[in-house]
Design a protein around this ligand. Structure first.
Ligand SMILES: Cc1cc2nc3c(=O)[nH]c(=O)nc-3n(C[C@H](O)[C@H](O)[C@H](O)COP(=O)(O)OP(=O)(O)OC[C@H]3O[C@@H](n4cnc5c(N)ncnc54)[C@H](O)[C@@H]3O)c2cc1C
Length: 339
């Protein structure tokens, strides 16, 4: 008799790729980095959908975005122009039927959070979200209780294992000149048999982007955050000026967003963006657990608060008990103008 103690399936990963203006987004490359931890002999395919020349530009860039990517699959159709979840989910199901994928991954961005659960529901699979560490092909670590505890999850389902990846936990290391020359194959998906019979409950209305030269909050190396203590839109401009001088992004607490000082895409925390910059500066931020959940992986945290007992000081590397209305103008005066 033969006893089979371990039967591990060959690891083959499909990654739902995000692109914009002909460029692959950094969080997709982080998801590729994460996929490399799933196990040896892992083949990685990127799935790009959209329409027109910017899609094709992104596809050719995706082919060399990371040496471990073996294949780029391109779905070119008007149906995918606005990344709506319903047609995207159908597309993933369509592609999955043609390739035997053991894992389907997306980043924990609004794109991934929108699409992957819908795919999971379609395939009757339980997705594992916000993965911060991969221990093997079926074991993952994810934060729970607003990041106050880490939970190890084992996937035991029969269908493909579906994960969303917290990109700040999988930084992209610079690619060497040698590996850069390795290019994946790019294939156009034949959509002639693709039937999208999904009843779309969402429709594209429009898009508004912030007209700013500041770096993207989710991947900035410096983040300057203001809290409720800023008290007004006008005062919040001090935070913006400081961010400009330091070449950083602007962040805000939920209290500051709710008070209308800044738009909600600047919110940092459990229900906002997760950031992991080299330098995080918090002005007039109390340090509620929901806020800390979004900043814990920052390398250096600096806090300015007039209350010496504010919880932010428990996580700060440098703390200054002081009035931000005195500290920020002094900082602005002493810091040189950004060249
Ligand atoms: C389900 C849920 C999800 C949430 N998600 C988020 C989230 O994603 N992000 C988030 O930020 N919050 C989130 N919150 C809200 C969170 O609990 C806090 O209410 C919020 O973070 C507080 O914001 P704040 O620190 O700006 O305000 P406050 O808690 O009011 O703190 C203001 C601080 O400013 C200090 N201060 C006042 N004046 C000055 C001054 N002149 N100079 C210096 N310091 C001064 C005060 O001492 C105080 O510590 C969430 C809450 C819930 C229930």
């Amino acid at each position: 008799s033969i006893s089979i103690t371990s039967l591990s399936r060959c690891i083959s990963t499909l990654i739902l790729a995000e692109h914009e203006s002909g460029t692959i987004k950094p969080q997709t490359v982080s998801t590729v980095v994460a996929a490399n931890s799933l196990g040896e002999s892992s083949s990685i395919s990127l799935l790009l959908a959209g329409s027109g020349s910017s899609l094709q530009e992104a596809a050719s860039q995706a082919a060399s975005c990371h040496p471990s990517v073996s294949e780029v699959l391109v779905a070119d159709s008007d149906k995918f122009e606005y990344s709506l979840a319903e047609p995207w989910a159908k597309l993933v199901d369509f592609v999955r039927q043609q390739g035997d994928y053991s894992h389907i991954l997306a980043s924990s961005s609004s794109f991934g959070k929108n699409i992957l659960p819908r795919v999971a529901a379609l395939l009757d699979v339980s997705p594992i979200t916000d993965v911060v560490k991969i221990l093997g092909s079926d074991q993952f670590i994810r934060p729970i209780y607003a990041g106050n505890a880490l939970c190890t999850v084992r996937y035991t389902g029969a269908g493909p294992c579906m994960l969303t990846i917290r990109s700040t936990s999988f930084p992209v290391t610079p690619i060497t000149a040698n590996s850069e020359s390795k290019k994946a194959t790019v294939s156009q998906i034949d959509l002639s048999n693709f039937e999208d019979d999904s009843v779309s409950k969402s429709r594209y209305v429009g898009r508004s982007t912030q007209d700013t030269e500041r770096p993207d909050l989710g991947s900035a190396r410096v983040v300057i955050t203001g809290g409720r203590a800023l008290k007004s839109v006008e005062n919040f401009k001090m935070i913006e000026k400081l961010a400009e001088k330091l070449g950083g992004a602007v962040g805000a607490t939920r209290a500051a967003v709710d008070a209308g000082y800044v738009p909600n895409d600047l919110q940092v925390g459990q229900t906002g963006k997760i950031v992991a910059p080299e330098l995080y500066m918090a002005f007039g931020v109390s340090g509620a657990i929901q806020h800390l959940a979004g900043i814990k992986d920052s390398k250096v945290i600096v806090a300015v608060n007039k209350d010496a007992d504010a919880p932010i000081f428990q996580v700060a590397d440098y703390g200054l008990v002081g009035d931000l209305f005195e500290v920020i103008p002094e900082l602005l005066e002493k810091l040189p103008e950004k060249k």
